[in-house]
Design a protein. Structure first.
Length: 398
């Protein structure tokens, strides 16, 4: 990896992040990637490099975008937070208060907090997802409303891998005066005002030349040694909760004409964008959200500790301890990604973005070579270098 193959900049004091970014290519199997950091509202790291398209040998450019799978959940969570800030709903109100049909099948008492924290028992659908269903929001709403929780809501946590975004979007359609979907709301209320290159619904006009195709892991068997064994066993079982919760997860990927599907809204896993866009969005929330008129009350909700279900944070789909709150993952001893007030979302393959209000950080990393770790070592190395650059080597325990 030639140092000159890396574009962008780092501010003085953040040179370690650039060195680590280059090291990822030399030692950790990086193909193409981007990393961006905002610190106290200032962009201090903006790096990109490597190969955008392995088949064509084309370089990763400044405006290259990639699919980030579940890292999208963080951008969706920001949209829901902004709607909360504008008084459109209360996190502790029942979903059925805004969406009466949702009350069917024993769901009347489920709160928005429980739903957004993967505690509603609605991690799978009884109907196969396809493009026609996802594109027909009224039909999708009927399917969502008729689902029966797998257990009493609030008692257990189970990763709503794909369903979370669809439930968020329909709730937003019910409370938004303009009845916009989550993707539309995010675009008009966050992406456009902040000039972000990030789309929950990728439009037709984005050319393939701006998109980095994802490369599947070269050695899938390595997951036996890099992932927690209970998760691996669950992933191998076609009838497991883990496999059911991700049913339809291939929807955002390409078709014959496109690298990624256009005009298809999968808010829990279909976001496409740049690391710069995600870092900027998280930075705005990490520094008070004045640019978007965010209320302090909403930010306090996002910063607060996750509220556990009755049986604790061991996830019934993922088979690991993980804490979710209001659409985001929160730091804990098993996933120590920032100060305890931080909130963000990782994605399959290695992408990650989060806000750290305590440190004033908005951070994001996107690769196109998918990794085989639950906590990707490329991303972890960059994040460690970032915190050391601001003098906090172990922020979670501070």
């Amino acid at each position: 990896m030639d140092d000159n193959a890396v574009g962008g900049f780092v501010r003085p004091g953040f040179e370690a992040v650039r060195e680590t970014f280059i090291e990822n290519f030399r030692r950790r199997g990086e193909l193409g990637a981007a990393c961006c950091v905002y610190y106290r509202g200032e962009k201090v790291v903006d790096l990109w490099g490597g190969i955008r398209n392995r088949a064509m040998g084309e370089p990763w450019e400044k405006d290259t975008m990639a699919l980030v799978f579940s890292t999208t959940k963080g951008m969706a969570g920001l949209a829901m937070a902004l709607a909360h800030s504008r008084g459109l709903f209360s996190y502790d109100e029942r979903v059925s208060a805004y969406w009466p049909e949702f009350a069917r099948q024993g769901k009347r008492e489920i709160t928005i907090r429980q739903l957004l924290s993967h505690q509603a028992g609605l991690f799978a659908l009884d109907e196969r997802l396809d493009r026609s269903l996802v594109a027909d929001l009224d039909r999708l709403a009927v399917v969502l409303a008729r689902q029966k929780p797998a257990w009493e809501p609030g008692t257990r946590q189970a990763y709503h891998g794909i369903t979370l975004g669809f439930y968020e979007s329909e709730l937003l359609r019910r409370v938004d005066p303009e009845h916009r979907s989550l993707g539309q709301f995010f675009q008009e209320e966050i992406a456009d005002p902040l000039e972000l290159d990030f789309y929950i619904r990728l439009p037709e006009e984005i050319p393939n030349s701006r998109l980095a195709p994802l490369e599947r892991p070269r050695n899938m068997a390595a997951m036996l040694f890099t992932m927690p064994l209970p998760l691996v066993l669950s992933a191998m079982n076609p009838r497991s909760r883990f496999r059911r919760c991700l049913l339809g997860s291939e929807l955002p990927e390409g078709d014959r004409e496109h690298i990624y599907a256009r005009n298809l809204e999968v808010p829990a896993g279909g976001g496409v964008g740049t690391a710069r866009a995600m870092a900027r969005a998280y930075s705005v929330f990490a520094t008070g959200g004045r640019e978007l008129g965010l209320r302090e009350e909403t930010l306090r909700c996002l910063m607060a500790p996750a509220v556990p279900p009755v049986h604790g944070f061991r996830d019934e789909c993922m088979k690991v301890e993980i804490r979710f709150s209001l659409g985001f993952m929160k730091p804990d001893p098993e996933n120590p990604f920032g100060h305890p007030t931080s909130f963000g979302a990782p994605g399959s393959g290695g992408s990650f973005g989060f806000a750290d209000p305590h440190a004033g950080i908005g951070y994001a990393y996107i690769p196109n070579q998918m990794g085989v770790h639950l906590q990707d070592p490329r991303e972890g190395a960059l994040r460690t270098a970032m915190y050391r650059s601001i003098g906090e080597p172990d922020p979670y325990h501070m």
